[in-house]
Design a protein around this ligand. Sequence first.
Ligand code: SAM
Ligand code: DTB
Ligand code: SF4
Length: 343
Amino acid sequence: MQAELGTVRSDWTRKEVEALFALPFNDLVFEAQRVHRIHFKANEVQVSTLCSIKTGACPEDCAYCPQSARYNTGLEKEKLMAVAKVIEEAKEAKAAGATRFCMGAAWRSPRARDMEIVTEMVKEVKELGLETCMTLGMLDESQAQNLADAGLDYYNHNLDTSPEYYCDIITTRTYQDRLDTLANVRSAGMNVCSGGIVGMGEEESDRIGLMLQLANMEQQPESVPINQLVRVEGTPLAEQEELDPFDFIRCIAVARLMMPKSHVRLSAGREQMNDQTQAWAFMAGANSIFYGEKLLTTTNPEENKDMALFKRLGIEPEKSRVREEPKAVPVPKLNEQFYEAAN
Ligand code: SAM
Ligand code: DTB
Ligand code: SF4
């Protein structure tokens, strides 16, 4: 293997990623933490707040999602929120310490009249001095451009899983549709936020497939949310077997190693994790969380519980996303076992 760990590469091979997953847990996490420290302040975590601007009644059939109209999850649907209400929530998020405000809508893709409203939301949230992120479903080129022109900083659109497992989870849009949206977001000049979900019954080879898709993009996503499946009653994945927390941490560590300059977000599922698992996720290179008592529709840890955990771990919320280029990059060398297996 030519390249050293800690450098951004888009030529990862399956064999290499298999070798990462096969490492002893401590070796994997140790290397991920070393790489993390090259590019980021060791004890800072970026804090984003989610806001569901349009809830439920979604026509898509994503098997994990409480917002799909196809499943009876008891969720109360809500129309697109008024701009003034969104601004009120953004102000609260800022006062609570968030630096990024992520607005999510349960749409397959936005319609023309939705676009007028969401672009106004972007402009007004930005005026508050917050970074903006949206997740609205599929975007064509001109929709992506409109959002970029309004000043949207990030667009979230997850690949969710490997191309192979994808059809078991979603049938109403293709993997290629998702890649096309991400390409439109990138060409419009916005930052890309894309990741997936772990714990949907996928094999390790699917986790490897997802990581390969994300890391081998021409330009890696700036933000990579790793969600643990929240098993919601009424969805087809409600009875899914519980995920081994160490397998979740492994995914975080592999994402950190393969996408060394990206923010890796410990996303959905924190409510179901204990403090120790979350601490391990930070050790493995996660440096972003969703903050606030609610994700989109499911619960998240209470804000004061999160701040208490940060305090116990000596973690500070990240002040700005401006990254300093490392002055001298130490070259970490992963243990020989990895190089032997990967070559
Ligand atoms: N409707 C838009 C779309 O799907 O592109 C945006 C909102 S959608 C809820 C955003 C992401 O949330 C999904 O891609 C999925 O990765 C994640 N998500 C939804 N339900 C989840 C669950 N039960 N557990 C974990 N992640 C979930
Ligand atoms: C992402 O990757 N996770 C967030 C965000 N992007 C939009 C959503 C998590 C949703 C969890 C289920 C819910 O609360 O509805
Ligand atoms: Fe709809 Fe998004 Fe949920 Fe899929 S993940 S059902 S597209 S809200």
